[in-house]
Design a protein. Structure first.
Length: 471
């Protein structure tokens, strides 16, 4: 169960990619005086803003469903009230891919591209990259097998591993963490081999995240969600135009939730993404943005599937009366992640036919992961189904297929320069793209083995404390 409250104010037109409606409420007197509706001679119309690309639309007046009287579009019965509604069609084919190396929109790029627009993510209350990509066919996510789901976002595109094929504004985001979507504008999935654009990898395709950027005008948005399992989430999105050519934007998020029906399992994260653009709407513009996300969660390996003596089919222990709330981790279990990225994007239209762009990004990632790989072995199973189930004891010495505890510290820097030249030879239009990509990544990871003498705990009444090891 979930409840949401959304507040939004904007000094400029809010354009969505799905069918959005906005309008003004008019009384019958106001409608008649402004459009002379009563005589039916002037048909009311919606006049779009100049340059908006919207079509002029006729107005159909709202009326009660129980009113069976005939009503023409141009006539309005007296005494009724009316609502004027404007709308925009959803057309993601006109959405930019978000790459200087792929300057055209989705429609004019000769490759299979799926776009998840911001409006759709808002309607679905999407909270992460994983949830956004559920709208894209041909892409799957790891669900926790072995070292899979415990290591952050890992995706397969057309069956090929794409963990290292996640990009943000065209620059590689190689960190392994759960990406929150609070600062996303839209997400594009580029399918098929793309080494001519991204270099190494991208066998199945690439995922490019386009983040929110400062724009002209002022806008304010806030969203709050709450639900069961102590779920609370709040986001803000503020844009301010400081001068004619300078604008700033701030997106921030706080998210906290427990797991329903599980003791001591939670996920807390927060993030902030400020950005500033110099040269808004000009031929030369530079955008500088910073991103920080902090994630603190407790890993959970759940309960075991066992085979009751005398049977041949394994079943979860909860089907034999074990409380689902029991958690078998320790006070050492944690998954703490800190991510920092700073990006600078320069775009210059130096000539009518030549556009240059240079994007630079630096990232620092820190992670400490530890999860107790507990196990109800043969002795534990026999004791549970005996006359003294309270004597059943689980072991938690690791070595069961999941990752050992580790501490990881990485950093990276990348610079991508590209130039786009557009010219004609007679009636044939050409587009030439050239550039270079320089990247350096350092990955430092230290693994820790489990101590084979670490004590277990009672199956029916588990304790997170490890005797003799807690400090």
């Amino acid at each position: 169960m979930e409840s949401r409250i959304r507040l939004r104010s904007s000094a400029s037109v809010v354009a969505g990619l799905t069918f959005l409606c906005s309008g003004s409420y008019l009384s019958s007197a106001e409608a008649a005086s402004s459009n002379d509706l009563s005589d039916g001679k002037q048909k009311p119309r919606i006049e779009p803003e100049a340059g908006s690309g919207k079509e002029v639309q006729d107005i159909t007046h709202a009326r009660s469903l129980n009113d069976t009287r005939s009503l023409d579009k141009g006539s309005v019965p007296s005494g009724e009230e009316h609502i004027l509604v404007t709308g925009s069609r959803m057309n993601i084919l006109r959405e930019p891919v978000g790459l200087g190396r792929m300057p055209e929109d989705v429609m004019h790029t000769p490759q299979t591209i799926n776009v998840v627009p911001q409006a759709l993510m808002e309607q679905q209350n999407v909270k992460s990259l994983d949830e956004a990509l559920r709208n894209v066919p041909g892409i799957t996510a790891s669900v926790g097998e072995g070292e899979g789901g415990m290591s952050g976002d890992q995706f397969l595109i057309r069956g090929f591993q794409a963990q290292n094929d996640i990009y943000e504004n065209g620059l590689r985001d190689f960190g392994v963490y759960t990406r929150d979507s609070f600062y996303y504008d839209h997400v594009a999935v580029i399918k098929g081999p793309s080494s001519e654009v991204f270099g190494n990898g991208t066998t199945g395709g690439a995922i490019n995240i386009v983040t929110k950027a400062p724009h002209s005008g002022n806008s304010y948005a806030a969203n709050f969600s709450g639900g069961t399992g102590s779920y609370y989430r709040g986001t803000i999105d503020i844009n301010r135009q400081l001068t004619e050519t300078i604008a700033v934007r701030l997106s921030a998020m706080g998210n906290s939730n427990d797991v329903v029906g599980r003791d001591a399992v939670f996920s807390h994260r927060w993030g902030i993404a400020p950005s500033i653009t110099f040269g808004v709407g000009k031929k030369i513009s530079y955008t500088l943005d910073y991103f920080h996300q902090n994630d603190n969660r407790i890993p959970d390996y759940g309960v075991w599937v066992v085979t009751k003596p005398g049977t041949s089919i394994g079943r979860p222990l909860t089907e034999f009366g074990l409380p689902r709330t029991n958690w078998y981790g320790t006070t050492f279990d944690k998954d703490n992640i800190s991510t920092d990225m700073i990006t600078g994007r320069l775009t210059a239209k130096v000539l009518p036919w030549l556009t240059l762009s240079n994007d630079t990004k630096g990232g620092i990632y820190h992670r400490y992961f530890s999860a107790s790989q507990s196990n109800c072995n043969v002795a534990c199973t026999r004791a549970f189904f005996s006359d003294a189930p309270q004597t059943a004891k689980i072991v938690r010495n690791g070595g069961l297929g999941g990752p050992n505890p580790y501490r990881q510290s990485d950093w990276s820097i990348q610079n991508v320069f590209s130039g786009v030249a557009r010219f004609r030879t007679g009636s044939i239009r050409h587009e030439l793209i050239s550039g270079f990509d320089i990247e350096h990544v350092e990955d430092h990871r230290k693994n820790y083995p489990y101590n084979m003498t670490r004590g277990g705990t009672n199956l029916l009444d588990p304790s997170a404390i490890v005797p003799g090891w807690n400090v």
